[in-house]
Ligand binder design. Structure first.
Ligand SMILES: C[S@@+](CC[C@H](N)C(=O)[O-])C[C@H]1O[C@@H](n2cnc3c(N)ncnc32)[C@H](O)[C@@H]1O
Length: 390
């Protein structure tokens, strides 16, 4: 087992459980960091376990601040999902810039930069905390990492700023949804497990919070939203109860109300409020509205042989991804598959897998958040291949 030790931690200090995403011998180790000092409580358990085999990059980010506290990057916990698959997909792309459109804690980004020492990475995230952490963690790569606080539908403008033209990108990575840090930080308001303000904005500086959205929405709008996000039987009942009980201030109030509305025998796996929270999060962050245009813009930037890599965590985002990649692979051809194409459609992509790939059982046992991932990869065709189907 690869375990990391935090140097110089003394005294009785409670630290968040966190993980080492890399070790000197592996790119995918994700065991919790264990702390040397026996009086420090990790994962709620006192530990005296000693360390081995810490990746130099992780060791650097472990150094305590001058004030003796933990750096933000040490508090920000997120284990990158399907990291080996992502690195393999990028390995076989042209030697050009890579876009990470959902930087998060830069888990994928730092592994990509380590594995591709000749390339640069342009990364962005709409969460200012993630951007700060990514800056800290990617500082070791100097000018090879360019980081922006932006939403991924701004990819075209950022490419222009970076002097990257269409056809100038090796890979575009979308690791969609929220990070473990966002989910596990109560004051961000994403969690039905921990009480906090009912916020859910990934970019806390702008937009409407989940509480404000519930306050302003009609019963019909809420019901439709919950229905679309899988709360098929109780959408109407939950919407009615929300309208009757609003305003809501905290995640706990919302979670309790949804739990009361859904009868025990009808509850499915997981927390009864899971789908309602997901629906509100998707709405507050306009997640589905901007995904399609951002995927198309990323595909246009790819060089021949460049790859778009998308990891989705719920059916709404996976469906949009699947449809856009499929469209790219057929050019929107409407001719019967058995006959030559006469409609003039021009495919621009080749799908690299039949269907979506999922995390292995080993990865899921190490990192339960990888259970719902669906990975889709497509490659930009060479100009000679971008022709009408014969
Ligand atoms: C699953 S995490 C990514 C984790 C990252 N790959 C890593 O290894 O640390 C998703 C991140 O995408 C960001 N995000 C989600 N939607 C976004 C959007 N439309 N534009 C920019 N960032 C977005 C979230 O703020 C979050 O930090």
């Amino acid at each position: 087992m690869h375990v990391a030790v935090s140097p110089n931690l003394t005294g009785r200090r409670r630290v968040r459980a966190t993980r080492c995403a890399r070790t000197t011998s592996s790119t995918s180790c994700s065991y919790p960091w264990l702390i040397r000092n026996p009086s420090v409580v990790v994962l709620g358990v006192k530990t005296t376990t000693l360390s081995v085999d810490l990746h130099p990059a992780c060791r650097k980010s472990l150094l305590p601040t001058k004030a003796g506290g933990l750096r933000m990057s040490q508090e920000y916990v997120h284990v990158p999902v399907m990291l080996d698959e992502v690195l393999t997909a990028i390995e076989r792309t042209p030697p050009l810039s890579i876009f990470d459109l959902t930087l998060g804690g830069a888990g994928h980004a730092s592994a990509i930069l380590s594995a591709n020492p000749e390339r640069r990475l342009i990364g962005l995230d709409q969460d200012e905390v993630a951007v700060g952490v990514a800056r800290e963690r990617l500082a070791q790569f100097g000018d090879r990492a360019h980081i922006y606080h932006a939403r991924f539908d701004q990819i075209h403008a950022i490419a222009e700023k970076e002097g990257v033209a269409e056809g100038g990108v090796a890979a575009a990575l979308f690791d969609l949804g929220v990070s473990s840090y966002q989910l596990d930080t109560p004051h961000r308001g994403f969690s039905y497990h921990n009480d906090g303000p009912l916020d859910m904005r990934m970019n806390s500086a702008t937009g409407v919070t989940a509480a404000q959205f519930i306050d302003a929405a009609s019963e019909e709008e809420l019901s439709q939203l919950f229905f679309v996000h899988g709360e098929t039987r109780f959408a109407r009942k939950i919407a009615k109860a929300l309208v009757a009980q609003r305003p809501f201030q905290t995640t706990q109030q919302l979670a309790d109300l949804v739990t009361q509305v859904i009868p025990i025998p009808a509850r499915r796996r997981g927390h009864p409020a899971r789908r309602v929270f997901q629906a509100l999060r998707v709405q507050v962050n306009a997640e589905l509205d901007i995904l399609g245009p951002a995927l198309d813009a990323a595909i246009r930037l790819l060089a021949p042989g460049g790859r778009i890599i998308v990891m989705s965590y719920h059916s709404g985002e996976d469906k949009i991804t699947k449809d856009h990649l499929l469209y790219g692979s057929t050019g929107g051809c409407v001719c019967p598959p058995a006959l030559p194409c006469v409609c003039g459609a021009i495919p621009t992509l080749r799908l690299l897998n039949r269907g979506a790939r999922m995390a292995t059982t080993q990865e899921i046992s190490r990192n339960p958040r990888s259970e719902s991932v669906r990975l889709r990869i497509a490659e930009r065709l060479l100009p000679s291949e971008e022709r009408v189907r014969e």
